[in-house]
Ligand binder design. Structure first.
Ligand SMILES: Cc1cc2nc3c(=O)[nH]c(=O)nc-3n(C[C@H](O)[C@H](O)[C@H](O)COP(=O)(O)OP(=O)(O)OC[C@H]3O[C@@H](n4cnc5c(N)ncnc54)[C@H](O)[C@@H]3O)c2cc1C
Length: 381
């Protein structure tokens, strides 16, 4: 049977699900994405896309659109929280790792990914409630009482993944008592002050803040923090929970004036719990496989969660193609063998929050990775 005769259902239309829709669609597979939300809302948050994920985005045809809308920082800049002393700076020209480094609004990335999936492949308002599989395929059951069938299913349903619960078993994500405040707001509120040409991470003793522009025109600023939070608040992250901007400013009181100027200009903010998880024992069961935060959720400290989900999408498509769409179980095992060592390493470093803190970390294994060209054979040996 050829790939064009195969059907794959993707549960979740986040970054990973949309990217998988695009890579599988390019193979000619009949792909359908089931997303529980009734519409994509414009979440006020930025996102960094490093050269490793930009290589995937290039091949699915959205690099040019993102270059037009995104901010291209000069460098990864790491500074001391109070003096502003530079502890590590990595200039990131596009030719260093074979693709650009971009900072963008999350909604612009979602729009770009949604433009790359096959026409008519997205079903909104479809919340998965259960799955059944046998030797011939998988049946998906939705909360609205409807069902659908596919030859295989990709669970791209995020950190609280139901698909993961169904195939690996339920457990709770780790919440280590830290939260992130975040906001996107017009740069004009800074009264002409420029935050500089880089993406800057300000390292405090027990907290940090990352600040960057999210548009090519530098019209909007984004920041995201990590601060300790007394136990009891939010163990389930929520993109809509509001934070108290006065509490936020107080948490960064002694920081450098460049940080205080940004927080002082910020009109309001959101906050959410930072969750992570130990690497899972396995990522697939028969014709069902996991992708993105569903199988390797991580802290945001290396800015690699969505990047890894997007890399997954490229490698998963290659593994399915490797077996001509004939043996999903083998394809999914190969995909896990190729991807898990890398995502587990990133999960661990991200959890420790040591990346580019001032050490001489080799950055080429992370940003130089090319999901389209890493060998599959070594992993299958
Ligand atoms: C503060 C913060 C900053 C970050 N910054 C970066 C960054 O700069 N760069 C980066 O690469 N990553 C970053 N990340 C990580 C990134 O946001 C995630 O890793 C990424 O969104 C994971 O994508 P996903 O598709 O796996 O999951 P999600 O984006 O969570 O998507 C899951 C989708 O599944 C849907 N869904 C869930 N359950 C069901 C169901 N039962 N039925 C149907 N649909 C369902 C959800 O509605 C959702 O749309 C950051 C994360 C945080 C918290």
């Amino acid at each position: 049977m050829s790939l064009k005769d195969r059907s794959i259902a993707i549960v979740g239309g986040g970054m990973g699900g949309l990217a998988a829709g695009a890579t599988l669609g390019q193979l000619g597979v009949n792909v359908t994405i089931y997303e529980q939300a009734g519409a994509f809302t414009r979440i006020g948050a930025g996102i960094q896309m490093m050269p490793n994920s930009m290589k995937v985005l290039r091949r699915i045809g959205v690099e040019d659109a993102l270059l037009r809308t995104s901010f291209q920082p000069y460098s990864h800049l790491n500074r001391e929280w109070d003096t502003g002393t530079v502890v590590r700076e990595l200039p990131m020209p596009a030719d260093l790792f074979g693709a650009p480094y971009l900072c963008m609004h999350r909604a612009d990335l979602t729009d770009a990914l949604a433009s790359a999936i096959p026409q008519g492949s997205l079903r909104l308002g479809k919340k998965l409630a259960g799955l059944d599989q046998d030797g011939r395929g998988v049946t998906l059951h939705f909360e609205d009482g409807t069902s659908a069938t596919a030859d295989a299913v990709v669970g791209a349903d995020g950190v609280h993944s139901l698909v993961r619960d169904l195939i690996v078993g339920p457990d709770e994500p780790l919440h280590k008592g830290r939260i992130a405040y975040r906001a996107v707001f017009p740069s004009s509120l800074l009264g002409g002050r420029d935050i500089g040409p880089s993406r800057t991470k300000w390292w405090g003793v027990d907290r940090h803040i990352v600040i960057y522009y999210v548009t090519a025109a530098k019209s909007e600023i984004y920041f995201v923090t990590s601060v300790p939070e007394p136990a009891g608040w939010l163990t389930k992250e929520s993109w809509s929970a509001k934070g108290d901007v006065e509490e936020l400013r107080a948490a960064y009181e002694g920081f450098h004036e460049d940080v205080r100027a940004v927080l002082g200009a910020c009109p309001d903010c959101h906050k959410w719990a930072i969750l992570e998880r130990e690497p899972l024992p396995r990522w697939s069961d028969g014709r069902i496989v996991l992708l993105g935060d569903a199988c390797h959720p991580m802290t945001p400290y290396m800015a690699q969660g969505a990047a890894c989900a997007i890399e997954d999408a490229a490698v998963l498509a290659r593994c399915i193609e490797h077996f001509d769409g004939d043996d999903f179980e083998a394809a999914f095992k190969l995909y896990e063998a190729v991807r898990k060592p890398r995502t587990s390493k990133i999960q661990a470093i991200s959890s420790a929050n040591t990346w580019m803190k001032g050490g001489d970390d080799d950055t080429s294994w992370l940003y130089g990775y090319d999901a389209w060209n890493i060998p599959l054979e070594a992993a299958s040996a």
